[in-house]
Design a protein around this ligand. Structure first.
Ligand SMILES: [Zn+2]
Length: 271
């Protein structure tokens, strides 16, 4: 499933090709996505210039003159820019044809992705209005994490993966950030000191920023076309390294199941 770093990588990848371009046509080849694509959408968006390409959580927003396209990649979706006359493949469901002659093409084998046309402030849309702070935004800081963790017995790893408190911190990022912060994943959230909250916020931001720099970390991206493990994989300290020596101290990494997800930590580096 595309995680926040992949969505941000996609945003950065498409932005230079899309920003400032005019939409020649929106072609919906398969409207049956997670929600049916509105049949009136192609007529509504044609002819408008793209004024922005933004991300909120795992949603992409393509701002046009009279509204915004809201797109979610779902479980298996991807967006690519290519010449407009490129033959379509199976699962190529939507084309946003641009005046450059290129198309922004949406492919989604499992069709859990979605496409909406919003003419009101996107921040008020039901899919976006209740989202928690962005982990890379100013609202997510030590004071915030300290405040929302008070009185909570839940494990700190589960707390930072709770999308009602902060969006987009998946299992791999939570595991790696907790290692960097020196905090055990099973600790009760309420037991973290203010300093530990500050270290954890910093670590979450650093891990996500690194993942974005390397283009994301989903499993299919771990192994490159030549079959060699990707660069980010070699940077991981604990994730999927159960039994292997800690890269910092040599102690075997421990693996346990927490909330039905695998968790990894170093019993010596993390307290
Ligand atoms: Zn260690």
């Amino acid at each position: 499933m595309p995680e926040l770093p992949e969505v941000e990588t996609t945003r950065r990848g498409i932005e230079p090709h899309v920003l400032g371009r005019r939409v020649v046509a929106l072609a919906v080849h398969e409207p049956r996505l997670r929600w049916r694509v509105d049949a009136a959408m192609p007529a509504a968006v044609a002819g408008q210039r793209v004024s922005g390409v933004r991300r909120r959580a795992k949603y992409l927003l393509i701002d046009l003159e009279r509204g915004s396209l809201l797109l979610h990649l779902g479980m298996s979706g991807s967006l690519r820019v290519m010449p407009g006359d490129t033959p379509r493949l199976t699962h190529d469901h939507v084309d946003l044809l641009l005046d450059s002659g290129q198309t922004l093409r949406f492919n989604d084998p499992r069709r859990f992705g979605s496409l909406h046309w919003l003419t009101e402030d996107p921040a008020r849309h039901p899919l976006l209005r209740d989202l928690a702070p962005e982990p890379l935004g100013d609202d997510f800081d030590a004071a915030y994490l300290h405040r929302v963790s008070r009185g909570r017995r839940v494990a700190i790893k589960q707390l930072v993966m709770n999308s009602q408190l902060v969006v987009g911190v998946g299992n791999i990022y939570a595991s790696e950030a907790l290692f960097r912060a020196g905090v055990r994943p099973g600790r009760a959230a309420r037991s973290l000191t203010r300093d530990e909250c500050a270290r954890l916020v910093k670590a979450i931001r650093a891990v996500l920023a690194m993942a974005i720099r390397f283009g994301g970390t989903t499993l299919r991206d771990y192994v490159g076309a030549d079959g060699r493990p990707g660069y980010f994989r070699r940077k991981l300290h604990v994730y999927e390294r159960g039994g292997e020596p800690c890269r910092r101290c040599g102690t075997p990494i421990r693996q346990l199941v927490q909330g039905q997800r695998s968790t990894y930590y170093c019993p010596s580096c993390q307290r």
